[in-house]
Design a protein around this ligand. Structure first.
Ligand SMILES: Nc1ncnc2c1ncn2[C@@H]1O[C@H](COP(=O)(O)OP(=O)(O)O)[C@@H](O)[C@H]1O
Ligand SMILES: [Mg+2]
Length: 281
């Protein structure tokens, strides 16, 4: 079930205005971060594969418009990508490709295409609508977003069922995660944000990192974003990226892979709950 908006209600250009009502999917998981390079793309790929291995039909969408890199991490050479959709050459359903090794489908982005990162709101809303339409064919759609909280990120995040905000324990990453939550709450995103601590040196350290962020959110924003999970720092992440093979294929027993598999289970039951309440049950 999706919530419709009236035309012209979608512009989030002015964060001072009341948060608009977005058309929202019931099975979209956005992966966001304040700072870049925290592991969003790697995490999105691994989450997609983990959910697929749990029997779900999954689509991974490269929403880092203009700086796409899902295809790079997986060593793919997509013949069609989001650029074809944005230019009106192809419908979203026509650019979906099967990634057999991972057991899930992909909508690839296009790197270095400036026009993609600066899409007008209306174009973006059309893209979002097409995405929500194809999402009907899947159990879950995972959106790998760009870093920061620009207009594209706000819209795609607000249209998602959940936003997983990825942070590491680095002070800059934490500060930017806090800024994301703060700006996101003005844009009406706060209720759907869950935290993922990545590259934790241990579970205990990850817990500490989360508590630091939680405290700031409670004290200054009166928000309590829940912890969705922690992913340990693991040398096999870099190694598998270098081999352009997903970690659950190359090193399924790796700590980091197992940690994401746990998060996949959390998200599967979360989406099931959302579905139940959407059906009024
Ligand atoms: N759990 C982890 N353990 C070790 N290194 C990681 C982990 N997660 C991410 N990385 C490292 O972070 C780098 C950036 O990841 P990437 O997915 O490209 O981040 P983003 O999409 O947020 O920019 C990767 O190349 C990898 O080396
Ligand atoms: Mg990325």
């Amino acid at each position: 079930m999706t919530v419709m908006t009236t035309p012209g209600q979608n512009s989030l250009d002015d964060l001072q205005t009341a948060p608009p009502v977005f058309r929202r999917g019931t099975n979209l998981i956005a992966v966001a971060s304040g700072k870049g390079g925290v592991g969003k793309t790697w995490f999105s790929i691994t989450l997609a594969q983990a959910m697929a291995q749990a029997g779900k039909k999954v689509l991974l969408f490269d929403g880092d418009l203009g700086l796409a890199n899902i295809d790079v991490q997986l060593g793919l050479m997509p013949k069609r990508d989001l650029n074809d959709v944005i230019r009106g050459r192809l419908g979203m359903d026509k650019v979906i490709q099967r990634y057999e090794d991972g057991g899930f489908d992909i909508v690839a982005g296009r790197s270095g295409q400036a026009s993609l990162s600066a899409l007008p709101s209306q174009r973006l809303a059309l893209l979002r609508d097409q995405l929500i339409d194809v999402a009907d064919e899947y159990d879950a759609v995972i959106l790998d977003l760009g870093a920061g909280v620009d207009r594209t990120v706000r819209m795609l995040s607000a249209s998602s069922t959940r936003t997983l905000l990825v942070t590491t324990d680095e002070p800059t990453s934490l500060t930017d995660a806090y800024a994301f939550i703060k700006l996101g709450s003005t844009a009406g995103l706060s209720k759907n944000i869950g935290i993922v601590i990545n590259q934790a040196s241990s579970s205990l350290e990850g817990e500490k990192t989360y508590k630091t962020l939680l405290k700031a959110c409670e004290n200054f924003l009166r928000l309590k974003p829940p912890l969705v999970g922690m992913v340990r720092h693991d040398p096999r992440v870099k190694e598998t990226i270098r081999h352009q093979t997903p970690i659950l294929t190359r090193s399924p027993g790796a700590d980091a892979a197992q940690d994401v598999a746990k998060i996949a289970q959390v998200m599967i039951s979360d989406l099931a709950d959302v579905k139940k309440s959407a059906l009024g049950g």
